[in-house]
Design a protein around this ligand. Structure first.
Ligand SMILES: Nc1nc2c(ncn2[C@@H]2O[C@H](COP(=O)(O)OP(=O)(O)OP(=O)(O)O)[C@@H](O)[C@H]2O)c(=O)[nH]1
Ligand SMILES: [Mg+2]
Length: 443
């Protein structure tokens, strides 16, 4: 019997137009997962006939408006595998206006591949406030994504010069250090769309580069302990990628999801039965941790469950609606204002982003005066570590960091910059009474 491969999701990040979709498409092509029929159809596209380089970009950017405007708009995925791992490639947009989609991608990704341009001006442009590159890196830090790879693209445009590569490596390393990431543990790979340089195979143009290719670097990233995650109560995050009848699409984060299991989708108060489980167009008896799966439900339709709803087992620690939560957060050193009680802030959770008000600042664990703890302070400033109680303005399901680490992390964003990040210590839930959804009022 064929051995089951472990799976990981790879999200491609970077500013707009740096080549994220192109690199993801090239990986699909290099691993021979692109169907000849699809490639033939793409070849006939007038834009591809004008500029053949777009062929692999269009493998990921499949929607007509994306192809017309030549930028990614919505989250798209592709399923590929190498000899040692299965990958879900996640393609997101680099533009700030689609930050919700980008956040879903970051939350789902086990490995983040930052695509940076080797062309100095294009790279420097990607670091400006208008681009969302730094915010993407901040969200990776806040959501605890530690597996990062940097791909330096466009090497053909700088004549494959090592100096251009080195400039980006040195400059981006400084940004990584700012967020306490050790650049020596990160692989920087020079790549190019032309001849698919250093994607799967090394070509002759960059003999000065001795490191692994992009696919080798992905294969080297260790896999997480799937058994440990599967032993916890069920948590499946629903995401609005596609809307087909009563199929909930999302990622299995913890526990096991089996056919005929009775589940609920917090915060809505209805139970449902899992009719079938679909993984990349194949029906399966149960879902595997980390995979992006489609769950066919009886009684509930996709209209009732929306983005960010959490599916859990009704008999084993069912998820609830959050009334308020206490979080320990660290405020960034470059935050120029103050965090005050009763003010509203936009918080990015694993599931979605939402406005929350500060109910109470409980403590300031002032790191500048190591031993001092200030109880009930009125404000928090740059560099402080605080314990704060927040109240979300709308329905949301949250979990504490100890029980469900992936669901217990937060980032506070203001003016396109992260101003604080931290973990959820305690969640005060509203009790939901679960009931079966009745199709007819009298049934
Ligand atoms: N010459 C050259 N062009 C490249 C390379 N990689 C990507 N491009 C081109 O750069 C353009 C933008 O690429 P995309 O893959 O759409 O960029 P993106 O990062 O996905 O952009 P958004 O989806 O808008 O965030 C396309 O026209 C590609 O053909 C490369 O290595 N060399
Ligand atoms: Mg794109």
């Amino acid at each position: 019997m064929q051995q089951k491969l472990s799976n990981q999701s790879v999200v491609f990040l970077g500013a707009h137009g740096q080549g994220k979709s192109t690199i993801a498409g090239l990986i699909v092509k290099e691993l021979n997962f692109a169907s000849p029929y699809v490639l033939e159809r793409i070849d006939c596209h007038p834009k591809v006939q004008e500029k053949p380089d777009l062929k692999y970009t269009f493998l990921m950017d499949r929607i007509r408006s994306e192809q017309k405007l030549q930028h990614t708009q919505i989250f798209s995925t592709y399923h590929v595998n190498t000899t040692c791992k299965e990958y879900f490639l996640i393609n997101v947009s680099g533009q700030y206006q689609y930050i919700n989609q980008t956040q879903i991608g970051i939350a789902y990704g086990d490995i983040a591949v930052f695509v940076l341009s080797g062309v100095k001006d294009k790279y420097l442009q990607s670091l400006t406030l208008a681009s969302s590159l730094e915010l993407q890196l901040q969200l990776c830090v806040a959501l605890g994504k530690q597996n990062i790879i940097c791909a330096i693209n466009d090497m053909d445009l700088v004549e494959y010069q090592q100096a251009s590569y080195q400039f980006v490596v040195n400059d981006f390393s400084q940004l990584l250090v700012k967020y306490e990431i050790n650049p020596y543990q990160i692989q920087f790979i020079p790549i190019s769309l032309k001849e698919a340089e250093n994607i799967n195979k090394k070509k002759q143009n960059m003999n000065w580069y001795q490191g692994p290719t992009l696919i080798e670097a992905l294969d080297k990233i260790p896999v997480y302990d799937q058994e440990l995650l599967a032993s916890k109560p069920l948590r499946f995050k629903k995401n609005k990628i596609k809307q087909i009848r009563s199929v909930a699409l999302g990622k299995l984060l913890y526990g096991t999801l089996k056919k005929n299991q009775i589940v609920s989708f917090a915060p809505i108060p209805f139970k449902s039965r899992v009719k079938s489980i679909e993984i990349y167009h194949c029906f399966q008896e149960e879902g595997t941790i980390g995979q992006l799966i489609g769950v066919h439900l009886s009684e509930l339709s996709y209209k009732e469950i929306s983005n960010g709803h959490i599916c859990s087992d009704v008999d084993n620690d069912p998820a609830q609606e959050c009334a308020s939560f206490v979080a320990k957060i660290k405020i960034m050193e470059d935050f120029k204002h103050q965090l005050k009680q009763k003010q509203y802030y936009t918080i990015h959770f694993f599931t979605k982003r939402m406005q929350c008000s500060i109910l109470k600042i409980q403590q300031n664990l002032n790191i500048k005066n190591q031993n001092e703890i200030i109880e009930n302070p009125q404000i928090l400033r740059a560099g402080d570590i605080g314990i704060i109680e927040f109240k979300p303005i709308k329905q949301i399901t949250l979990e504490n960091y100890i029980d469900y680490p992936q669901l217990g992390r937060i980032a506070i964003i203001e003016n396109r910059r992260m101003i604080a990040f931290g973990i959820i210590l305690e969640v005060k839930n509203k009790e939901i009474e679960l009931k079966i959804k009745q199709k007819e009022p009298n049934q």
